[in-house]
Design a protein around this ligand. Structure first.
Ligand code: NCD
Length: 360
């Protein structure tokens, strides 16, 4: 039995297989309509969501399965102080698979170490959002016909944008990919992605502050929302919130064959005037999300049936005498969670928290 907490939990072959399954579901929906009959998906959403939760639920329903869950932390026992570990053990009694969204980084990972059914990370704080990436990959593949040899511009909140982090991790595995990072100084990509992924794998990237300047070279433009809820100082949010707005004038600078993605919700970073441009793929991307979640649920349930045993935690290079200083980490609020770090860079002696990946 396996969980998907990071996009790196899936190999490139598995990503390609999921895309192929999703395309087959689109072509032959009837073939899949009873595949998950008598199975239940629990959606545990401790943070607001429209697309992610509803597309997970629609995905399970279209596979003939059923859904249960909650859409806000206040209606769960977490509001009474129940730990993530206990919640995961309890939900395992009632559902065959669960999708968790949580404001705390590492919360779905903790759930996966305690659940006896597969856990899917549906977004944890500013950390990861692997199933959004699945939707992004299917969209790029359907819009442009390939996942390699692409110049991908990522614009907006690259610091807290969990969808951006997972997308970079996934796209870095395809040959010929180059990234253009377009962000204000305060919202630049976190160092663990920059060093662990881009630098380590030698992926070309450049940092540009002007969207206009970046436009002509892009095959994909991935816009993101500046996320008010992630800022500790709201005056910083106010200063940055209108940093980038995509409008028809900027679209006029782009290639004829390119696509604009956005995980949504948008606030004002894409003018509604762009919506009718054939290159605007964000609403199709939201539909693709449902098909990829169907493919993922199918894959994880089939695997759990073949092998119900939870995967062992890789104990290599774990250390227990460091402390995580990330205020958004699940370990900052759950006092009984052990502090666990992994030596991720032997040469530089860098340890990272196993929950949130921040440096010790
Ligand atoms: C994103 C998220 O929640 O991380 N939305 C989504 O899941 N489609 C992006 C966002 O909230 O801005």
């Amino acid at each position: 039995m396996r969980s998907v907490i990071s996009i790196l939990d899936l190999s490139t072959e598995e990503l390609d297989k999921l895309i192929a399954t999703a395309k087959d579901i689109i072509a032959n929906p009837v073939k899949y309509q009873d595949k998950c009959a008598h199975k239940k998906l629990a959606t545990l959403f401790f943070e607001p969501s429209t697309r992610t939760r509803l597309s997970f639920e629609a995905a399970m329903m279209e596979l003939g399965g059923q859904v249960l869950g909650f859409s806000q932390a206040s209606s769960s026992s977490a509001s009474k102080g129940e730990s993530m570990a206990d919640t995961a053990k309890i939900v395992s009694c009632y559902a065959d698979i669960m999708a968790i969204r949580h404001p705390r980084e590492g919360a779905p990972f903790v759930a996966s170490r305690n659940a006896t059914v597969p856990v899917i990370n549906a977004g944890d704080g500013g950390h990861n959002h692997p199933t959004q990436t699945l939707a992004d990959l299917l969209t790029i593949s359907r819009e442009l016909g390939r996942l390699d040899n692409l110049t991908i511009g990522l614009c907006g909140d690259l610091k807290y944008g969990r969808t951006v982090h997972s997308l970079i991790e996934a796209m870095s595995r395809y040959p010929g990919v180059k990234f253009v990072l377009i962000a204000p100084e305060e919202l630049k990509l976190p160092s663990y992605i920059r060093y662990n992924v881009l630098e380590k794998l030698g992926i070309p990237y450049e940092e540009i502050s002007s969207l206009e300047e970046a436009m002509p070279q892009l095959d994909v433009l991935y816009m993101t929302r500046i996320q008010q809820e992630r800022f500790e100082d709201l005056s910083v949010y106010e200063r940055l919130k209108d940093s980038y707005v995509l409008n028809p004038e900027k679209m006029a600078l782009a290639k004829e064959k390119m696509c604009v993605l956005h995980p949504l919700p948008r606030v004002n970073e894409i003018s509604v005037k762009v919506d009718d441009d054939p290159r605007a793929a964000y609403f199709r991307q939201a539909l693709n999300a449902k098909y990829m979640r169907m493919a993922l649920i199918l894959m994880l349930l089939e695997e759990a049936e073949r092998n119900p045993q939870r995967e062992e935690l890789d104990e290599t290079d774990l250390v227990y005498d460091l402390h995580c200083n990330n205020p958004k980490c699940i370990s900052a609020v759950e006092q009984e969670l052990p502090q666990v770090f992994r030596l991720t860079d032997k040469e530089a002696g860098i340890h990272r928290c196993i929950y949130c990946e921040q440096k010790a």
